[in-house]
Write a protein that binds this ligand. Sequence first.
Ligand SMILES: Nc1ncnc2c1ncn2[C@@H]1O[C@H](COP(=O)(O)OP(=O)(O)OP(=O)(O)O)[C@@H](O)[C@H]1O
Length: 263
Amino acid sequence: MLNINEATKIFNKNTPDEHIALNNLSLEVSDGEFVTIIGGNGAGKSTLFNAISGTLLCESGTISLDGQDITHMAEFKRAEFIGRIFQDPMRGTAPHLTVGENLIIAYMRSIKKNMLGIPSKKEKNYIKERLAALNLGLEDRMNTKIGLLSGGQRQAVTLVMATLVKPKLLLLDEHTAALDPVSAKSVIDLTNKIVSENNITTLMITHNITSALAMGTRTIMMDSGTIAVDIKGDERKELTVQDVLKKFNSVKKKEFDDDNVLL
Ligand SMILES: Nc1ncnc2c1ncn2[C@@H]1O[C@H](COP(=O)(O)OP(=O)(O)OP(=O)(O)O)[C@@H](O)[C@H]1O
């Protein structure tokens, strides 16, 4: 499905500030896998997402999705089949447009029609049904400017926007980190529901090792632009946070230190 082969990204190359953010990183993700990604500050998690979504190009290595080489494909082209949700609920939506307008634009873009085209009545009903399925009553707020919704409501709408048409790949970049605990829990539940019901291949960055283990089917831990730990299958089922940290320490021969990691 997703195949990253020896990707290297170097920032400020050949300067005193040179930094290798992705170091010959290879990763294969199968169709329908839900991979949670953890790692300390600066480990390269967001750079990995930027490389996959085309926000930046790597110095070397290849990236393919569904058998198609996307290594040099422009970001806006990849956005047709890669959904990405950011930490900031303000990102990825047009705050002055209504909930309905934002959803329609996302839908029209995903089906490669003119973004400002007019959906049919059937399509409009489908969009409303998808919103209603969240059980947040947001289908009654189709005419509300999306910027007036709470952060949690907005991330919920963003999740629907990104999955109205099933993306080949969904990238969740700490998408609950800016929310209060109750809203974060609600968005996590919605994420699980939408991803599993639609069997969407998903990568999710989180700083919370507990939810990294509780969610998804596989957990990888990044360090210095590489994958230090990769856990899936039966091995993952019984694993505790301490086990993950122990694994990291034994592989990297150093203590995992990151104040931001919530146990
Ligand atoms: N545009 C850039 N220019 C220079 N250096 C960068 C740039 N983007 C990222 N880096 C550096 O690359 C490294 C990896 O950054 P990245 O944002 O991928 O880490 P991360 O794992 O997402 O960290 P965090 O959990 O803090 O968000 C860091 O050392 C960072 O300072």
